[in-house]
Design a protein around this ligand. Structure first.
Ligand SMILES: *[C@@H]1O[C@H](CO)[C@@H](O)[C@H](O)[C@H]1NC(C)=O
Ligand SMILES: *[C@@H]1O[C@H](CO)[C@@H](O)[C@H](O)[C@H]1NC(C)=O
Ligand SMILES: *[C@@H]1O[C@H](CO)[C@@H](O)[C@H](O)[C@H]1NC(C)=O
Ligand SMILES: *[C@@H]1O[C@H](CO)[C@@H](O)[C@H](O)[C@H]1NC(C)=O
Ligand SMILES: *[C@@H]1O[C@H](CO)[C@@H](O)[C@H](O)[C@H]1NC(C)=O
Ligand SMILES: *[C@@H]1O[C@H](CO)[C@@H](O)[C@H](O)[C@H]1NC(C)=O
Ligand SMILES: *[C@@H]1O[C@H](CO)[C@@H](O)[C@H](O)[C@H]1NC(C)=O
Ligand SMILES: *[C@@H]1O[C@H](CO)[C@@H](O)[C@H](O)[C@H]1NC(C)=O
Length: 519
């Protein structure tokens, strides 16, 4: 009975609480107490339908997830911006967005690329869904790895401490503002943010109850050094296989493999079933002008084959089906910048390192040295399981930056390490492969899944990973599939839970959602 009346009292107190006001928000600045040195840069109430514009604010930091939300944010919130010291020689710059419509949950959004800015678009999405939402710059500004050069504490923030500290501070800020303990704690991130999510699962199993990890850079140095490896035979500056030839390769791949899943729709549901034979493209006397020399065929094939060096698997290779975009990423400015920067500033601490000297010994050094502990490839996630946490891991099958095959490899590593069946892993760890989806977002496939800022198709749990994650953690409604939407094509597809594969049973061109079945 006592229990019951105190519950009733709590309920009354809760009901009597009024919405926070702009003054409550401003007053928050002097109320926050932390165990480490910090500054509240500002605490400012933001009315609903405001657009946050870092350029107008004079904090124009260019970085992968740094573009401000394109749309106004539909809810009112208290925006807190802080500087928090993480060591004597490092600090994070962070924001926590505290919506009026708080549902009692917290969310941390990870970074993309090499981090270096606050992921505003993800905070906008989180706040819109009622999360007290936190993001950090992970300890440095901007997109250059130069920030890491001889700065081990800055690397530590990038590797894990930015997300950890930001999350802890975000929870304190939310509790101070709302006057109540925070409920469940969630994480969402893609690419480098996917790596940050896995890092927390592996090393800080109590930090989150639900983690969404998309297209993770989960074995960072394997991903990175693979670019060096393929650029060596292909030519570091310009591919000695022309774009026209790559287009012909992709066309031949699709010709051979597209209907293995039952639909000729330009997307492979199971690229691992596509055993493409490059010799069919080798020039004969009457070939097309896009035929390959025997040497070129050998070089092209290296992108898609597992790479082993001195008995160690370095990289499983890339899936087939999007050769043209893959090769344009290989030769993009970003890769040509990141590859040397990673070796110069993180791996060798040698600013004169020349990427054209890359050999597989460098790849092995990078992977085995694991500078700054940046890999998040430890398969023992039993502590997170035992804490009751849930993980939604997904990867686009057309990912042209980070090969999907590394995600599959990690899933099977976890299976082995935990000696678990798929059914046992399903209790807390589910992995989804999204056909036709490029790196984190975009591509010809059904790519809007609630994984990327305000670009969402809806708030139904089927359409929105974040909403689904809450359902899973709090009600046990686990995802059987992840439904993606492609607005341009006005179509949707249910992406299957690994190891299931989509198969087309319909009679159309594959654009009908109901024609597909996960088997
Ligand atoms: C925000 O904008 C939307 C769309 O213009 C509108 O429907 C809604 O009423 C606005 N909300 C507020 C609180 O102004
Ligand atoms: C990052 O940028 C913010 C906003 O301009 C600034 O307040 C902060 O001091 C910068 N941090 C570093 C480490 O340069
Ligand atoms: C913001 O940064 C971009 C990229 O560095 C630059 O082109 C642009 O001029 C900057 N805008 C302002 C207002 O500083
Ligand atoms: C391709 O380019 C690389 C680097 O320029 C070169 O070493 C290699 O010999 C070239 N291969 C062919 C077949 O042209
Ligand atoms: C490749 O490009 C880099 C600059 O991006 C240049 O320093 C180097 O000399 C070039 N190498 C060749 C073989 O053209
Ligand atoms: C190509 O043409 C040459 C000269 O006409 C001939 O000797 C050779 O056998 C032909 N090769 C093939 C593969 O048809
Ligand atoms: C290859 O592996 C052997 C045995 O682990 C080791 O002794 C050797 O140093 C390795 N070679 C290179 C180039 O890493
Ligand atoms: C792995 O699991 C199976 C089935 O539950 C069990 O029979 C086996 O003993 C386990 N192996 C190890 C090494 O724990």
């Amino acid at each position: 009975m006592r229990h019951r009346s105190s519950l009733a009292l709590l309920f009354l107190l809760g009901a009597a609480r009024s919405l926070p006001t702009p003054n409550d928000c401003a007053a928050l600045a002097s109320k926050i107490k932390l165990d480490f040195p910090f500054t509240v840069n500002f605490a400012q109430y933001v009315p609903s339908n405001t657009t946050i514009d870092p350029i107008a604010e004079g904090t124009n930091i260019t970085c992968a997830t740094g573009t401000p939300p394109a749309q106004p944010i539909p809810v009112a919130f208290c925006r807190v911006n802080l500087r928090v010291e993480t060591s004597e020689s490092s600090e994070i710059y962070m924001e926590t967005w505290l919506p009026d419509n708080w549902k009692g949950r917290t969310l941390t959004a990870g970074n993309g690329g090499l981090a270096g800015c606050i992921p505003h678009a993800d905070l906008a999405n989180g706040a819109s869904l009622g999360f007290a939402s936190t993001g950090t710059n992970a300890g440095h500004n901007g997109t250059s790895a130069g920030a890491f050069y001889n700065q081990p504490e800055v690397v530590k923030d990038f590797a894990w401490r930015g997300v950890h500290t930001g999350t802890v501070v975000g929870k304190i800020v939310a509790k101070t503002y709302y006057g109540r303990d925070c409920g469940k704690s969630y994480y969402t991130g893609c690419s480098m943010g996917g790596r940050q999510g896995w890092e927390a699962v592996q090393n800080a199993p109590d930090l989150f109850d639900g983690v969404i990890s998309g297209a993770p850079a989960i074995n960072l140095y394997a991903h990175l050094s693979y670019f060096g490896y393929v650029l060596e035979p292909l030519g570091f500056n310009t591919s000695n296989i022309s774009l026209d030839q790559w287009a012909a390769i992709q066309a031949a791949v699709l010709e051979q493999c597209d209907d293995l899943d039952g639909a000729r729709d330009g997307m492979l549901e199971d690229p691992s079933a596509c055993k493409f034979d490059f010799t069919e493209l080798v020039c004969t006397n009457n070939s097309a002008s896009t035929c390959l020399t025997a040497e070129q065929a050998k070089q092209a094939a290296t992108l898609f084959a597992p790479l082993t060096y001195n008995g160690t698997l370095i990289h499983p290779g890339f899936p087939h089906g999007f050769e043209v975009s893959l090769i344009s990423i290989m030769y993009s400015e970003l890769i040509r910048t990141w590859l040397p920067e990673a070796f110069r500033y993180l791996i060798y601490s040698d600013i004169s390192w020349d990427p054209t000297t890359f050999t597989l010994a460098d790849a092995l050094n990078a992977i085995q040295g694991n500078a700054g502990d940046l890999a998040a490839f430890d398969a023992d996630i039993s502590a997170f399981r035992d804490h009751g946490g849930k993980i939604l891991h997904w990867h686009g099958l057309n990912d042209d930056f980070l090969s999907e095959e590394i995600s599959t490899l990690y899933y099977t590593k976890v299976q082995t390490k935990l000696n678990s069946s798929v059914a046992e892993l399903d209790e807390f760890y589910r992995y989804f492969r999204a056909s036709g989806v490029a790196h984190c977002i975009g591509g010809p496939g059904a790519h809007l899944m609630g994984q990327w800022g305000q670009q969402v198709a809806g708030t139904d749990p089927d359409d929105n990973m974040l909403v689904r994650m809450v359902e899973w953690v709090e009600k046990g409604n686990a995802p059987e599939y992840v439904r993606g939407t492609n607005l341009e094509k006005r179509s949707a597809r249910k992406h299957c839970k690994y190891p299931k594969v989509n198969h087309y049973k319909g009679t159309g061109d594959g654009s009908d959602e109901e024609g597909w079945e996960c088997i």
